[in-house]
Design a protein around this ligand. Structure first.
Ligand code: ZN
Ligand code: ZN
Length: 142
């Protein structure tokens, strides 16, 4: 595995995909991002979440410049995709027939949304992949 140098702290790390920052920096950015969003959504931060410099006139809520914004976006996008994948994993467990509670199954069948779901499951089967993987691919995230 080729090591990269973290763009934020300079620590060498093993990148997964196109990651530009080490796991510690990614965690730190995501934590301050979530904190900022909970505390004051849609409010401009005083300091850049990436480099910690005071904010400039750059038109972004969390970062001081285009360069910082690029890093910020690559971190948060990967984070959101991970969240979606984890959510799908949970959904798949819930749809396991052995775990289904009968009355929930009955009620769900009446909903038109289930038709789309069945189609997706059938399409995934045709491709020989799992429903979760299929949905991630469909959303263009793989
Ligand atoms: Zn780092
Ligand atoms: Zn910055």
């Amino acid at each position: 595995m080729i090591k990269k140098t973290c763009m934020l702290c300079g620590t060498p790390f093993e990148p997964c995909g196109r990651q530009r920052c080490c796991p510690a920096c990614r965690d730190r950015v995501i934590q301050s991002y979530q904190h900022a969003r909970q505390k004051a959504p849609r409010k401009k931060q005083e300091k850049c979440l990436i480099c910690g410099k005071p904010m400039t006139h750059h038109n972004a809520y969390y970062t001081c410049s285009q360069a910082c914004r690029d890093i910020f976006r690559s971190i948060t996008t990967a984070f959101r995709q991970k969240q979606v994948r984890e959510k799908m994993k949970r959904n798949r467990v819930r749809k396991n027939p052995h775990l289904d509670v009968p009355h929930i199954e009955k009620r769900a069948k009446k909903q038109p949304a289930m038709y789309q779901l069945d189609q997706n499951i059938a399409a995934a089967k045709k491709l020989g992949i799992s429903y979760g993987v299929y949905m991630v691919r469909k959303a263009g995230m793989l």
